[in-house]
Design a binder for this molecule. Sequence first.
Ligand code: GDP
Length: 666
Amino acid sequence: MRIHEAAKYLNIDSKELIKILATKGIIVKSHMSTVPESIVEEIEKEIKNRNSQKIPEEEQLKEKKSEVSIKEEISLEETKVKKEIIEVTKNITVSEFANKLDIKPTELIKKLMSLGVIASINQNLGEEEIGIIASEYGKEIKFKDLYGDDLFKEEEKVEETESRAPIVTIMGHVDHGKTSLLDAIRKSNLVDKEAGGITQKIGAYEVQTQRGKIIFIDTPGHEAFTAMRARGAKVTDIVVLIVAADDGVMPQTVEAIDHAKAANVPIIVAINKIDKEGAQPERVKQELTKHNLISEEWGGKTQFALISAKKKIGIDELLEKILLEAEMLELKTNTKVKASGTIVEGRLDKGRGPVGTVLIQKGVLKVGDPFITNMTFGKVKALIDDKGHRIKEAVAVKPIEVLGFEEVPQAGDKFRVLDSEKEVKQIALKRITDKKRFIEEKKKKKITLEDLHKKIQSSVEKKLSLIIKADTIGSAEALYESIMKLSSESDIKVEIIHKDVGDITESDVLLADASNAIIIGFFVSVIPAAAEIAKEEGVEIKIYHIIYDVVNSIKAALEGLLEPEYEQIKIGEAVVRQVFKVLSENKTIAGCYMQNGKTYNDSLAAVFRNGYEILRGKITSLKRFKDNAKEVKEGFEFGLVVDKYNDVKENDKIVFLEEVQKVKKL
Ligand code: GDP
């Protein structure tokens, strides 16, 4: 029976049940873990007993109550109902948590030990342990994220009912026309009087078509896209993949496809430069089928547009296609809440100080609003739109330049308006102290091949994501094949999210960071900037020169991910020569002789009588003469007590067993 079902059946909450189980020495992982029905029945009986004993107490209390004054009665009621709520961050340390509970760290460490958790004073605690311990002390826990991420989460919960414009990023190989397309779209949209004027480049802009508005992120390419995603921001709704008709699918085209797919964002293909001699749009379509981008006319699901960014051909049709895709996505927002959004660009302006472009995704942002982002905060001094106009308020969804940041904000950070400046400052201060630890934690969380098995818990989907960079197409393919073969032999999913030829770049590291993947390099180097980000973000890069080594280390990592299997192996055999009863302790000691092998004081013992196993249990006492022994070897006499083995008989045979973890091999 699952914990949560059992808790429901017993009419208590899961946490309480987990606590009761802990007192019985049963440690469970979560409310989805299972517990034997026999135990549930046992607990049910105990609860019934407890309640029947309680009734007279409550009746006594009632009688007493009539004597106490009304005021006291109220306070009694209150203490019964209200549990003190304490707010903690998710990775609080033992000493900090002890402080919150107002107890000594050593007391907490002891408590944790009773739950089977061995922790040192500076160790970070898990949510489950925090919950169980808190309820032992009659406290209720409210978790807060570092950086006030909870504030942003609340925002995510808001019901969204109003349709909104799509947000689009343009990606593709260098020189295939990303910038030209962004310019062409921007210009196609300017009203006459603005046409000669200079448009502001603020990191994102919006275009108004007859069928509706579209927002374009003005930093083309997948690096910016994935950098944002790595920071936890999902801004883009649709990716426009631009491929030059005279050049076809190139390495960065493939990268862009992989990045968009990893983020689960739909792709519209724009085949550009169709005005050029030598343009072969059909060939491009053909090449893209290999990457599962199949045009609708060929029975696929991907929309294709033929364009010329330079000659402004097909731009309106492309915009139409974007709106059609957006309609299918049914994008929604809510403009009735406090403004929130994502930073798409940040910079330091000489005259105006720190400036940030915020993509307002919900609500209405007004001049004077106090706000926070993950890393900084401020108060809106001015709002400037993508046409350079100062405006008083920006309604979602809209990109807007905001003045009034304390520090330059980072692209990908979240932005939210709060009730008061005071609240903003409090949060900002608290965060500075948490910042360091957060970064440390993030580094710790990244998966590395060596400790993969430790980090992926059984509750998490077992998956290993890899990026392969090799010196030649041939070796990349060979690696891919051997890794996929390993994967097919294992029940763990191996996903190769990107494979390519060439050195390991920043873009690879960002993709790995955003997708929690490991980078496997084969006869390639890591460019210094990429190595730096990898170090900062804790992304693992492994360089190999022999395919066999790659296969072996992935194999080892996968084996580590397999559920461990235990087996009991025989380590010794003894015979009972004499029986001693210790009446005072109500114990029976088996006086044994070790015929072969040995035993330890924590081994298992299987008792055989007349050739049949009658009992198997833990050794509770192992003695040589009067002294406790850790180990007894062949040819020695010793005293033995085995759990529940009270009916000891002479000539019983004892077989000693050790439990060993079997290493599963692929
Ligand atoms: P990006 O690197 O993807 O941003 O590509 P750019 O927009 O900078 O374009 C690269 C080159 O291709 C520039 O010289 C553009 O003028 C040219 N280009 C872009 N679009 C077209 C097009 O539709 N037709 C032709 N003939 N040239 C184009």
